[in-house]
Design a protein. Structure first.
Length: 225
């Protein structure tokens, strides 16, 4: 097995060395909804060429295109000299998450006319917080959420309507009459986990909520404490 792997590596190196990194390459394909497989029109895709220098990839702009009304595209790529990899960045918005996909020049030479990019649908998501307790006067609540394994605070901007929040130290609420709402977006049809951490009278309590947010609907979780 090691013998075969060694020769496979040598073959790939020789193939890369003989591959022409200049000229033009015809690209065709489509952008689709990852779950429903419906095509997505008017979606912009930015291409970056990746040149490996001193074991690091240096990127440069190589072009862009937008899918037509049928969700498909045809584009002539001007290859960048010494670039054996290209990164395709499909621009996201309030409906779909962005996508970054790295494709080798060899694969583009072979399958460049049959490309498919699948985007994850986003869903509206609201986290509601209501402190009902009057005693003790002060306690501390932290809130975080993860959607499809990705930190929710980094995957999509969130807006907070609240009082008593200390956002410089994370999403932290301290005592008082708290009624807060966090509005954001998460992945539709995939698992989102909300984690509440409550520190009260020297004791720690963790509460976990799991939700599969439905596309094109209002999704929310609610904590009273």
């Amino acid at each position: 097995m090691k013998f075969n792997s060694f020769y496979a590596l040598i073959f790939m190196m020789l193939l890369s060395g003989c591959m022409d990194t200049e000229g033009f390459l015809e690209l065709n394909g489509k952008v689709l909804d990852e779950n429903t497989k419906a095509v997505i029109s008017g979606r912009k895709v930015i291409i970056k060429a990746l040149e490996e220098i001193d074991n690091e990839f240096i990127s440069s702009y190589a072009g862009s295109f937008t899918t037509d009304s049928s969700g498909t595209f045809s584009y002539t790529l001007t290859k960048i000299k010494k670039a054996y990899w290209y990164e395709f960045s499909v621009v996201g918005d309030t409906s779909f998450a962005c996508l970054n996909k790295r494709i080798s020049l060899g694969e583009l030479n072979t399958n460049g006319r049959f490309l498919s990019f699948y985007l994850d649908k986003l869903a509206d998501f609201t986290i509601k917080i209501n402190r009902m307790s009057k005693i003790p006067a002060l306690d501390t609540l932290y809130v975080s959420w993860v959607s499809n394994g990705i930190d929710g605070k980094t995957m999509y901007p969130y807006v907070i309507g609240n009082n008593w929040i200390y956002s410089k130290e994370g999403l932290r609420w301290i005592g008082g009459d708290i009624k807060s709402v966090i509005r954001t977006k998460v992945y539709a049809d995939k698992r989102t986990i909300v984690r509440w951490e409550l520190f009260r009278e020297g004791k720690y309590k963790e509460i976990i909520d799991t939700i599969f947010c439905v596309r094109d609907a209002a999704n929310s979780v609610y904590l009273k404490y």
